[in-house]
Write a protein that binds this ligand. Structure first.
Ligand code: PT1
Length: 273
């Protein structure tokens, strides 16, 4: 199974790692714009050296209670990082955004993939991806980051997430996005309780029926904090356990903060499965 994004072709017979590069003021503490840009580029280069297969650049946090960022602010954050990285790495650069204007600018600057937590539902997003050669990840979310964790409810979380992804997949194919450029993602932590997240992990194999490679993001998320009692900065071991389990259950791309540790753990998974 191959995933095509831009001029890259990713062989997904083994699980791959997407390294997270957050370009938000809080992610690189102090410093102004210039230092934020350079620290983000440095961090991305480090993740590439550690064996990341994709770099995911994001300028607006989508974790629970995150604050909304304007198009201009998001562009100011991510564009210098993408522009600085394209000539320095030989792996796909992904833009983590739901905003069509940001997708457009990032693609023009050389991004090879769009990672959209709103699954191309914003006006114009679908057309931008369909008209270009980029890959895309369609993710499920209930609600919005500002309110999604207030009272998430499902009759059947697995079938509801699957139906949503199946519908967005069909809409994308109908709009002209080739199947081999589409990844699907259940959206862990996006309008889901601890129980919802655990159930989705338990039944992850059943997402294979959608016929597309799965991307999974569980790195440092609150479900792992709920299970271990650990704060966000002490969830590495829990994240590795989650990565190993989901890889074993068929996830093809793992979106993680800790690339070196994940790459090493996945080498063991790959050797065994
Ligand atoms: C994800 C993802 C993402 N997660 C994709 N993109 C985030 N494709 C950003 C928590 O519960 O899973 N898949 N882009 C980060 N979002 C969250 C959500 C971070 C929940 C933390 C939590 O702690």
């Amino acid at each position: 199974m191959n995933f095509i994004c831009g001029h890259f072709q990713l062989d997904l017979t083994v699980p791959r790692v997407m390294g997270i590069v957050n370009v938000t003021p809080d992610s690189f503490s102090d410093g102004g714009k210039f230092s934020n840009t350079n620290l983000a580029i440095e961090h991305a280069l480090k993740l590439a050296k550690e064996g990341a297969d994709i770099l995911d650049i994001g300028g607006e946090s989508t974790r629970p209670n995150a604050v909304f960022v304007s198009v201009q602010e998001e562009l100011d954050r991510v564009m210098p990082v993408i522009e600085g990285l394209v000539s320095q790495v030989n792996i796909p650069i992904s833009i983590d955004t739901y905003k069509p204007q940001v997708m457009q600018a990032a693609i023009a600057a050389g991004a090879s993939m769009v990672n959209d937590v709103r699954a191309l539902q914003e006006e114009g997003a679908l057309e931008i991806v369909a008209r270009s050669k980029v890959g895309v990840c369609l993710m499920h979310m209930q609600g919005t980051p500002q309110t999604m964790q207030i009272n998430p409810q499902y009759n059947d979380v697995v079938s509801e997430v699957k139906s949503f992804l199946a519908a967005r997949l069909q809409t994308s194919i109908d709009a002209g996005v080739p199947k081999n450029r589409i990844l699907l993602d259940p959206g862990f932590g996006f309008g889901k309780t601890r129980e919802h997240n655990i159930t989705l992990i338990q039944q992850l194999e059943s997402f294979a029926e959608l016929g597309q490679p799965l991307l999974v993001g569980l790195s440092r998320k609150s479900v792992l904090g709920q299970v271990t009692g650990n704060d966000v900065d002490a969830r590495l071991y829990a994240s590795i356990a989650a990565s190993v389990i989901v890889a074993q259950k068929g996830a093809k791309i793992l979106r993680v903060h800790d690339v070196k540790a994940t790459v090493e753990a996945l080498k063991v998974v790959t050797a065994i499965i």
